[in-house]
Design a protein around this ligand. Structure first.
Ligand SMILES: Nc1ncnc2c1ncn2[C@@H]1O[C@H](COP(=O)(O)OP(=O)(O)OP(=O)(O)O)[C@@H](O)[C@H]1O
Ligand SMILES: [Mg+2]
Length: 266
């Protein structure tokens, strides 16, 4: 199962990705894919070193762009039909991978691992003036398109803030989208947009309310499509403090257990 974790900046995407990955790794093989080119905290939340950018496997952004230029153009935009549906579209040969990958093909020098959770990062912006992050978006899409999963394999993708990945068509390869919503007007408003994107790419969308305090819970529920709310994660001081110090999120939450259980049955 390929799960995208999306939402507004700072809503708690990386926190939920890390906690969920640790929980799901008790029963599944879990790969967390960090596709956020700007933030550097996810590996600390998982208690790991930062993985080497997968982009380096392709010769860095320069090598990647050369491969992109050399490869024949696809005739159809990533197999998306006019209504956004991918059904019935034949899989196309990747321009960047010469064979399909499964978990056992992931190049070990680009994978960090701890307690059954693997972590990979597509690429970060490292230098002033190095150019935009579009190659990272393309690599994310190609990687996910090219990755075959066994029945116990789970990929959790921590996305960059906002909606750009939908514009890039990355989300068509997900089985479901978890939208993390914090108590803010912008987050609640965005939830409607994520619902729309989900139906356009033919993907189930579920909402995780985060940083929930008792006095605002009802208001949050009233503002989203509450049928699809699958978890309510409380505001917890120890989460905030661990992030402040760049420490591992080394504790368990019942709400995350329930969420993992729900996802495993989905
Ligand atoms: N349930 C929670 N209780 C308390 N603090 C939380 C909770 N969830 C997240 N936070 C805090 O909110 C901040 C943002 O969390 P996080 O980095 O996971 O968000 P994000 O959506 O990944 O952000 P970005 O868009 O920058 O990648 C961090 O300081 C984190 O500790
Ligand atoms: Mg993040």
């Amino acid at each position: 199962m390929k799960i995208a974790v999306c939402g507004k900046g700072g809503s708690g995407k990386s926190t939920i990705s890390a906690l969920l990955a640790k929980e799901m790794a008790k029963n599944k093989n879990v790969l967390v894919l960090d596709t956020d080119e700007s933030n550097y905290g996810l590996h600390s939340q998982l208690g790991m070193a930062a993985p080497k950018d997968l982009m380096e496997y392709f010769g860095g952004k320069t090598g990647f762009k050369e491969k992109q230029r050399a490869a024949p153009k696809k005739t159809q935009f990533w197999g998306l039909a006019a209504n956004g549906s991918t059904s019935g579209q034949p899989a196309q040969q990747s321009r960047f991978f010469n064979k399909r990958w499964s978990f056992s093909d992931l190049p070990p020098e680009f994978v960090e691992e701890k307690a059954g959770v693997k972590l990979m990062a597509v690429g970060k912006i490292h230098n002033f003036g190095e150019g935009c992050a579009c190659p990272m978006g393309i690599l994310t899409r190609e990687f996910l398109e090219n990755l075959d999963l066994g029945k116990n394999d789970i990929v959790i993708v921590d996305t960059e803030a906002g909606t750009e990945h939908f514009g890039r068509g990355v989300d068509k390869d997900f089985d479901l989208i978890l939208v993390v919503i914090d108590p803010s007007y912008e987050s609640l408003r965005l939830s409607k947009k994520f619902d729309e994107f989900g139906s356009q790419c033919g993907c189930r969308v579920y909402f995780v309310l985060n940083k929930v305090e008792p006095d605002i819970k009802e208001e949050m529920l009233a503002s989203v499509n509450c049928v699809n709310v699958v978890a309510e994660i409380p505001e917890r001081r120890e989460i905030f403090k661990a992030s402040l110090k760049g420490e591992e999120l080394d504790f368990e939450l019942d709400e995350i257990k329930k969420l993992a259980d729900f996802l495993e049955k989905s």
